[in-house]
Design a protein around this ligand. Structure first.
Ligand code: TXA
Ligand code: MG
Length: 337
């Protein structure tokens, strides 16, 4: 199959909608990462997503909507708190989990009785969903296990020959996937299953918020997890990733300089002094780091990096999302100095 990469226009969106209505899979831009989209109500079409990604069948998909009507059509119960959060954070990087209606097939929900829903903040993609008239199921558009794609190039790299069309909406603004929450305490509180650009601090303005322990911990083998995604190896480039946690920049420089060797890199914020080994920088603020992280992990592959020592981000705000992704890319390998 030939894979076209096209900039969004009315014609291109129409073409994408036609392909999706016929049961095909299309690469779409969102404000978080690129998605691999198919008709969320069509079991066969969603099966093609799993095939294109090489994704385990029990890992459920997020469905992307363009209106609250599509939410009502897809889920059985909507707590009032969900409408408040939708009002404040949609369209945007917040995914909420609801009990699903039968119209959402088991293939989409990974066999669960629930479905994850979000309204993405991308005008072209919202128009595309409108044109289709049904929600689009879309996981991140990477091969399963690889870093999520934040540009059409990344999608093309992973998906060429596997899907007919990628809509090139430029670089994704946020760079990390949406915050995933479920409701607790009879729909009056929430639990964060995956941190993202909608932070615990932001959600706390509206309700009680807790963060699932698996956000920063490695699930035990055979542990029953709420979000199946946390079980799988994630975001892994070929390089070995090791997180270095320290507040002491002199100690960081000394540690990295002791590792000077071909194909060994330090991944730093970019304002550190005295580092003599190869470096890549991923930005000073958590927002910059989130925006750059996945492109940087892919860059280590292009450079043939053997080991990358990555400076640990701040563990608050959007930094929690960066830290959560890095922990998985590093297979929880973290050194404190
Ligand atoms: O920003 C995003 O969320 C991107 C863009 C494309 O929208 N999508 C994305 O999808 O990251 P994916 O499939 O790569 O990650 C979805 C996560 C997985 O960890 C999955 O286990 C969890 O959401 N999830 C989906 N449905 C769920 C459900 N019903 N219950 C619990 N977790 C669920
Ligand atoms: Mg993913």
């Amino acid at each position: 199959m030939e894979t076209e990469v096209l900039k969004p226009s009315i014609e291109v969106l129409k073409k994408a909608a036609e392909l999706i209505k016929r049961g095909e899979v299309v690469g779409i831009p969102t404000e978080t990462v690129y998605g691999l989209a198919a008709n969320a109500y069509d079991s066969k079409a969603c099966a093609k997503i799993f095939e294109a990604k090489g994704r385990p069948q029990d890992n459920p998909l997020i469905i992307h909507i363009s209106s609250l009507d599509m939410l009502r059509n897809s889920v059985r119960e909507i707590p009032p708190l969900a409408l408040t959060l939708a009002d404040n954070f949609w369209s945007g990087p917040l995914t909420m989990i609801f009990p699903k209606k039968d119209i959402v097939p088991d293939t989409t929900s990974g066999g669960l009785d629930t479905v994850a829903v979000r309204m993405p903040d991308n005008e072209d993609t919202l128009n595309l969903i409108e044109m289709c008239g049904f929600p689009l199921a879309a996981p991140s558009a990477n091969l399963s296990g690889s870093p999520s794609p934040t540009s059409a190039d990344h999608v093309y790299n992973d998906m060429k020959g596997r899907i007919p069309l990628i809509i090139d909406g430029g670089e994704c603004e946020k760079g990390v996937e949406s915050t995933v929450i479920c409701f607790t305490d009879n729909g009056t509180a929430v639990k964060i299953l995956r941190p993202g650009a909608v932070t615990e601090e932001m959600l706390s303005q509206f309700c009680k918020v807790e963060t699932d322990k698996n956000v920063f911990a490695k699930p035990q083998e055979n542990e029953k997890v709420i979000s199946p995604g946390v079980k799988y190896k994630h975001y892994s480039p070929k390089a070995e990733i090791i997180i270095i946690e320290t507040d002491d920049e002199k100690a960081l420089a000394e540690f990295l300089n002791s590792k000077k060797q071909e194909n060994v890199y330090g991944v730093i914020f970019g304002n550190e002094q005295g580092i003599e080994i190869n470096t890549l920088s991923y930005g000073i603020t958590a927002e910059e780091q989130a925006h750059n992280l996945f492109a940087l992990l892919r860059r280590t592959d292009e450079l043939g990096v053997k080991t990358a020592y990555v400076r640990c981000p701040e563990k608050n705000g959007v930094g929690t999302a960066v830290f959560n992704r890095l922990l998985r890319a590093a297979a929880f390998n973290i050194i404190k100095i």
